[in-house]
Ligand binder design. Structure first.
Ligand code: MV4
Length: 480
């Protein structure tokens, strides 16, 4: 592979190109009109305008991107995350045009994109699943029978959903019929597929996911877990590796299960197998994400591998030259997603002009960033500015570094999730490691953050006054 096109923007485009460059591979950026001066465009060896700002006129135009790739003799396309990364048709279009899609084969994307097809695929592999059914259900009477067998509360999920879309909790039998009808009509309009199924509702789970990597020679490795329970409305905000609750035995079991999930769909490349972990440390397979994930850096830091490099290597047919038993966890990593969103105002996007934008630097601090001072944040895309990642010998050290890094990260012009990150790092439940997917709902209210920010402002004001008074005492040469 001599030249790679990155079909993405922002921090992930730069992240992928950094590794390509390290490997001696040329890079091509694609961009929309509004991204004309974006950092990922200047970072690449070549850059091509592909359309107008809305994603469906640019970053989602698979045929246009293939056309550009062919005209520039590109060997492979890296889709990053989001956009075309889990589009089976695009993966197939690449294959048909003799361009390597740096990701799994379209078939694996398709199977894992359907929750019911995924359940079917892993059936023969002895993977722990949440009690429930593994086929689409439309008959309310049958649904009631099953729900009573499993026991309420139950969860109705859309087969074509994922990431929490199209889910409904049902507490009592009397609500089942109306909730089921709503779920079916929602799934039909959102995904064009009204298939829904039922699972036992695990009420206070942790979200633990396992990073896997597969080559085209039948080797699959796992790179341990990421704890992603700190999320709001299915949007992750803080992630870490390793999880503070897994024992080495449980980690092995979940890793083995994740490898089996990858094998069940003949997986290739980087993937993530999501599990729910209940209070009694039972784990259940949820779904597989067939892409490089946003939070991959915490895994890179604790395992010492470059996941993008491995993606490129296996995509060009190389064997994974690492053995599972050689992989060890070293240290602890935390990631805060820095969004241009206002935590004091229901996390609404706070797009605008980055009048000040200064990144923290130092040992144990990594910032995967897509923006710079003076830029406007476009309204058209995900408002994530960067990922602030810290790495220490222990969890305590990583948390301390995160608090330092947050205070050295200077942003003016837009509100960000940085103060929210500080709030999480200072919260007892987070510090103790005793939290679940309800952390934000249970412990966060804008008032808490406001109090926090005001007391910080008071301390800053007191320091300023002290300096001023000290300054006044100094002997000054009088002006004549
Ligand atoms: C669940 C669940 C409880 N019980 N399934 C949400 C996203 C999608 N990947 C699956 N999700 C869940 N499935 C059963 N049977 C709770 C969630 C869930 C969740 C999972 C991971 C991270 C955050 C979450 C927030 C709310 C609900």
């Amino acid at each position: 592979m001599k030249k790679i096109l990155v079909a993405n923007r922002g921090e992930i485009a730069i992240r992928v190109m950094t590794t390509a460059r390290k490997m001696g591979i040329k890079t091509v950026a694609v961009y929309s009109t509004i991204d004309r001066n974006a950092p990922h465009v200047r970072f690449a060896d070549e850059a091509i305008l592909i359309g107008e700002a809305p994603s469906n006129q640019s970053y989602l135009k698979g045929d246009k991107i293939i056309e550009v790739a062919k005209s520039l003799n590109v060997d492979g396309i890296h889709p990053g995350y989001g956009f075309l990364s889990e589009n089976a048709d695009f993966a197939e279009l690449c294959e048909q045009n003799d361009i390597i899609f740096i990701g799994p084969k379209s078939k694996a994307i398709k199977v894992m994109g359907s929750k019911l097809a995924a359940k079917e695929a892993v059936k023969a592999y002895d993977i722990p699943m949440v009690p429930g059914i593994d086929e689409a259900i439309t008959d309310v009477k049958k649904a009631k029978d099953i729900a009573n067998k499993i026991g309420f509360p139950i969860l109705i999920k859309a087969s074509a959903g994922g990431g929490g879309k199209g889910m409904r909790v049902v507490e009592k039998e009397k609500d089942l019929e109306s909730q089921m009808n709503r779920a079916i009509s929602e799934a039909t309009s959102a995904f064009g597929d009204g298939s829904v199924f039922i699972e036992k509702y695990v009420s206070s789970p942790r979200h633990i996911e396992i990073q896997v990597m597969a080559d085209s020679h039948g080797n699959v490795l796992h790179f341990f877990e990421r704890e992603c329970s700190i999320q709001r409305r299915h949007q992750k905000v803080v992630e870490e590796a390793p999880s503070s609750v897994l024992t080495p035995e449980l980690r092995n079991q979940m890793g083995e299960a994740a490898i089996k999930v990858a094998k069940s769909c003949d997986y290739l490349g980087a993937g993530t197998v999501e599990f729910l972990l209940d209070e009694n440390l039972n784990f259940y397979f949820l779904e597989m994400n067939t892409r490089l994930q946003v939070e991959h850096p915490v895994t890179e830091l604790i395992s010492g591998v470059d996941l993008v490099e491995l993606q490129i290597r296996v995509a060009r047919g190389e064997k994974l030259n690492i053995k599972q038993e050689d992989l060890k966890i070293n240290g602890h990593a935390l990631e805060l997603r820095v969004y241009a969103e206002d935590p004091l105002n229901d996390f609404l996007p706070s797009v605008g002009h980055l009048s000040v934008y200064k990144l923290p630097v130092g040992k144990g601090i990594r910032v995967d960033n897509g923006y710079e001072e003076g830029m406007d944040i476009p309204i058209y895309y995900d408002p994530m500015l960067s990922k602030l990642i810290t790495y220490g010998n222990t969890r305590e050290e990583a948390i301390m570094l995160m608090k330092q890094a947050i205070s050295n990260y200077k942003v003016e012009g837009v509100a960000t999730t940085l103060p929210f990150g500080k709030y999480v790092c200072e919260h007892d439940a987070f510090i103790s490691g005793n939290f679940d997917t309800h952390f934000v709902k249970n412990y966060y209210a804008p008032e808490n953050l406001k109090a926090d920010m005001e007391s910080d402002a008071k301390v800053a004001a007191l320091i300023a006054v002290k300096h001023y008074l000290k300054d006044q005492k100094l002997l000054r040469v009088p002006k004549i």
